[in-house]
Design a protein around this ligand. Structure first.
Ligand SMILES: Cc1cc2nc3c(=O)[nH]c(=O)nc-3n(C[C@H](O)[C@H](O)[C@H](O)COP(=O)(O)OP(=O)(O)OC[C@H]3O[C@@H](n4cnc5c(N)ncnc54)[C@H](O)[C@@H]3O)c2cc1C
Length: 509
């Protein structure tokens, strides 16, 4: 039987990152992917003359060369060199604030510019916004420290260096923003990004939200010039250069065990031996279909059952036969939630009838060459907070997705005044079932489990030492300690690879 030091199952972001780290550390590593392409969510597809980015709107924590973020540093460490483009603004938001005020706010990058703009929209917000960014600095530094400590941070060091982080970490975003005395309209604008983490700001912890917003505003968002597919290919190339082996079109069906410890995997191409396996698949899927029941500790089943599947995406991709300029499109991303009350907006995501949330994205604003000359590309994304799509029969599936897509175009045209319908050359829709098929997650979730109060990023990072009790087996992905998103999953992959290397070193003693 073929034998490896480690098998990584799934070439999503976390799987590719873990595989690169292990290969770099000299481990004989096999990466197995069921699809014929790497990346999981991080990929692209073609329709006619358009190549559509499947998922990535904005990569957090890449940053400029002068102030590199964790992802830029990670890619450099791996030896991956891909051209990135900076997103010039943070977001535009069009919606109704909790105060009843109609808001149409376009926010810039850079802390000072962001605070100045907020003061224009919401006079009197300046001091609280400055406090928010100061606290954000501390939250980021604390998260980096906890990540590096492999889940065993020194409490005295934490108290000395991150006192305000400790004071606020366990509280929800809204609670801390209220404590900072931030005017409600400013909070509503600041909270625009909540859907990127899938949990409303009544439940999402402050440290998680603040860390993300802080990075987007301070270091800008970036996208790879050749879509996330280009970035995923670069990961695979580098992994292979480092001596790693990849099997595409291969599904791992079972993880194999001997005396309660991992001994390999059973795949559609045959069995492979390895004492360490990292699953880039959702634990629900693994426990239900890939592991023998007797090796799964009761605690792990209870933990998985207590968790809530996070957002499932619905995306409309449009290729238009006019340029962004000709159509009058000027914004890269526009968030159009039905309300800026994030708890109510979250509730509305739970049914087809009430879901009226859209994020529009025009790639050509950042990358004029994203589509052929004389054209542009747009996507509209919404999320579902529940298993809404299970009730759609196969007969009604196409009709339902087309109706929702049409409703999205109507809303966009109404809110922005930009007309699209006459210029659509290609249209494609991905529903939660599309994602379930391509990434093999329960109900198509692409964010793993909700990082709500009790299951927050902080709680997960602090449980790293107890969370992987099955000898030889670890999980990495959006469901993991860092939560969803490109930066979180790349960093999660590196972290889980490091924990695996630590186990291997201890075994070798
Ligand atoms: C529409 C959309 C927009 C998004 N926008 C952003 C954004 O702007 N910014 C951001 O940071 N994040 C964004 N995200 C989230 C981000 O894409 C995901 O959180 C992240 O890519 C998930 O990575 P992962 O490591 O969990 O792997 P996944 O992408 O879930 O991939 C898992 C991989 O494992 C493979 N696999 C599963 N089971 C098996 C098996 N048994 N055998 C072999 N292979 C298997 C799958 O085929 C897949 O390739 C978006 C996601 C979507 C869908």
């Amino acid at each position: 039987m073929l034998t490896y030091d480690v098998v990584v199952v799934g070439a999503g972001n976390a799987g590719m990152s873990a595989a690169c780290k292990l290969a770099m550390s000299g481990q004989k590593t096999l990466l197995i992917e069921q699809h014929n392409l790497p990346g999981g969510c991080a990929t692209s597809f073609r329709r006619g003359r358009f190549e559509f980015e499947t998922s990535l709107h904005e990569l957090c924590d890449y940053g400029p060369a002068s102030d590199p973020g964790d992802v830029r540093l990670l890619l450099k460490d791996y030896g991956i060199n891909v051209k990135f483009l900076e997103v010039p603004d943070t977001f535009r938001v069009i919606s109704t604030a909790r105060s009843g005020r109609e808001i149409d706010a376009a926010m810039p990058v850079g802390q000072k510019a962001f605070i100045d703009k907020m003061e224009e929209y919401v006079p009197g917000s300046r001091a609280s916004m400055e406090d928010f960014f100061t606290l954000g600095d501390e939250c980021n530094a604390a998260t980096i420290y906890i990540n590096q400590s492999n889940g065993s941070p020194d409490s005295e060091y934490m108290k000395k260096h991150f006192p305000n982080f400790l004071r606020t970490a366990a509280h929800t975003t809204n609670k801390v923003l209220d404590a900072l005395k931030m005017p409600r309209d400013a909070q509503d604008i600041l909270n625009t990004y909540w859907s990127y983490l899938g949990v409303d700001t009544e439940r999402l912890t402050f440290m998680h939200y603040a860390a993300m917003v802080h990075k987007y505003v301070t270091r800008s968002a970036y996208i790879p010039e050749l879509t996330s597919h280009g970035l995923s290919l670069a990961f695979i190339d580098r992994f292979q250069q480092l001596g790693g082996e990849v099997w595409f079109n291969t599904k791992v069906e079972k993880v194999l065990f001997e005396n309660g410890a991992v001994s390999g995997v059973s795949t559609t191409q045959g069995d492979v031996a390895a004492k360490h396996v990292i699953l880039n698949c959702n634990p629900h899927t693994a426990y239900a279909t890939m592991l023998p029941k007797e090796v799964i500790p009761e605690r792990e089943i209870r933990l998985a059952n207590a968790r809530t599947h996070s957002a499932r995406a619905f995306v409309l991709y449009l290729g238009l036969n006019k340029t962004a300029e000709q159509l009058g499109l000027t914004d890269y991303s526009i968030f159009m939630p039905p309300t800026m009350d994030t708890a109510k907006a979250y509730q509305a995501l739970s049914s087809l009838e009430t879901n009226d949330y859209i994020i529009s994205l025009c790639y050509n604003i950042v990358n004029p060459k994203a589509s052929p000359e004389g054209t542009c590309m747009l996507s509209f994304t919404t999320f579902y907070s529940d298993e809404v799509w299970k009730d759609i029969s196969p007969e009604n599936y196409v009709n339902t997705k087309n109706q929702i897509a049409s409703r999205m175009i109507d809303k966009f045209e109404r809110k922005t005044g930009v007309k699209l319908r006459d210029y659509i050359e290609e249209a494609e829709v991905a529903t939660p079932w599309t994602f379930a098929r391509y990434i093999n997650t329960p109900q198509g979730t692409m964010y793993g489990y909700e990082t709500n109060e009790w299951d927050s990023m902080m709680a997960r990072l602090m449980s790293l030492n107890t969370d992987y009790p099955i000898p030889g087996l670890k999980f990495a992905g959006a469901h993991g300690p860092r939560g969803d998103g490109y930066s979180s999953t790349y960093i999660c992959g590196e972290l889980i690879a490091r924990l695996t290397l630590k186990d291997m070193a201890e075994e070798a003693k």
